[in-house]
Design a protein around this ligand. Structure first.
Ligand SMILES: Cc1ncc(COP(=O)(O)O)c(C=O)c1O
Ligand SMILES: [Zn+2]
Length: 370
């Protein structure tokens, strides 16, 4: 028996398709729970040192279908001060395949198995493909990963390591996705960002984890490198759920989306107070996870930013490398350029006074440098 419904994030229709995809209106579905009894922090399985410690707050899945490689429950660094602002880093580079994408794939592949899926396909900017390959392999599911031709070799090597089939096309994830659409067979299950609702549920554990690590209060500001948006969306969903459960009270964190000026559809839409993003032509950035020119989750991300009194800003492409080197040196974390973007954005927001002295900030280091 499942403990949830799928509700459309746009038209609110309830969907019962198994396995779930998009709503008939074309927009993403969201998992909404009917928790059958009051649940509390005591329902966290503290003996489990992966994201599955929050299993009671995730879609119900039979234990035999769970595919876990130890993802989640990642370190939050000791607080440091920067110009009067306290900050900690959430180190997602230590996940099994090196990025926060593992959380989403652990959840989505487990649910796909439960629904009897035999083959999945996904377009990727790099890390999601590696994660999909690893979790599919562990779950005996065939995986087809669609990448841009420009993808650096280490991503190809790490994706191949787990036996997925790879196809290359174009310059961005949008080109790779268009190729996938042409090639995909009827019985392949599409794991693209937000085209099924479970990757968000896995990412949601980022939010539960932060609350637990902050002893059930939350930081003032969260800065996140934003591409397809599942990290931002998932965390916000967790905060709303925990409020509903009465675990946290007061103000929720102000959510910050960071992009590069080489691909900034979310920042552009936010600055125009828009409710959806426009396709970013000729996108190019060294922070590969941010090279998502036309995110399906644009409206959802923007709602999170507005609702949380957050903001969105770009880091200049020419400044990415030096910001990345600096945060690596300061923290000792082997972060990819997405972490550099976060560090650059943090410094800007402190300098502008958007983050004030005395406030607490969490900076996400979402993936390792390969
Ligand atoms: C390291 C890294 N950071 C951030 C992102 C963007 O994540 P999201 O799609 O959840 O916005 C990605 C996506 O590929 C990534 O690989
Ligand atoms: Zn709908």
């Amino acid at each position: 028996m499942s403990n949830f419904d799928f509700v459309c994030t746009y038209c609110q229709r309830i969907d019962t398709t198994d396995p779930p995809t998009l709503c008939v209106c074309g927009q993403p579905l969201e998992v909404q729970y009917q928790w059958d009894k009051p649940i509390s922090q005591n329902d966290i399985d503290v003996s489990n040192t992966s994201m599955w410690r929050y299993r009671k707050f995730l879609p119900s899945v039979e234990p035999k279908h769970i595919i876990s490689l130890g993802e989640g429950w990642t370190p939050l660094t000791k607080a440091e001060m920067f110009n009067g602002v306290r900050y900690s880093l959430k180190d997602e580079t230590v996940n099994p395949t090196g990025s926060f994408k593992d959380r989403g794939m652990s959840m989505a592949i487990s649910m796909a198995r439960q629904s009897g899926v035999k083959t999945i396909c996904v377009p990727s900017a790099g890390n999601a493909g590696v994660a999909a390959s690893a979790y599919s392999h562990a779950g005996s599911i065939e995986a087809h990963i669609y990448l841009a031709e420009t993808i650096p070799f280490p991503f190809v090597r790490d994706t191949k390591k787990y036996g997925a089939r790879i196809q290359f096309h174009g310059k961005t994830i949008a080109d790779a996705a268009a190729n996938m659409k042409q090639e995909m067979k009827e019985d392949w299950f599409d794991l693209s960002t937000l085209k099924e609702p479970f990757r968000v549920e896995g990412k949601k554990t980022l939010g539960y984890e932060l609350a637990e690590q902050f002893d059930w209060s939350l930081p003032d500001v969260i800065i996140y490198p934003t591409g397809g948006g599942t990290g931002l969306i998932g965390m916000w969903k967790a905060f709303k759920e925990m409020m509903q459960l009465g675990w946290i009270t007061g103000y929720l964190p102000r959510m910050v989306a960071v992009q590069s000026d080489g691909c900034a559809p979310v920042v552009d839409a936010f600055l125009h107070n828009a409710s959806s993003t426009q396709f970013w032509e000729n996108s190019n950035t060294a922070a590969l996870g941010l090279n998502v020119p036309g995110p399906l989750g644009g409206p959802w991300m923007l709602r999170v930013l507005y609702e949380s009194n957050g903001t969105a800003l770009c880091v200049k492409e020419q400044e990415l490398e030096s910001a990345t080197q600096e945060i690596k040196r300061v923290s000792g974390i082997n972060t990819s350029q997405e972490g550099g973007a976060v560090w650059g954005a943090f410094q800007t927001l402190v300098a502008e006074g958007w983050i004030k002295k005395g406030e607490t900030t969490v900076l996400f280091m979402t993936g390792k440098e390969r």
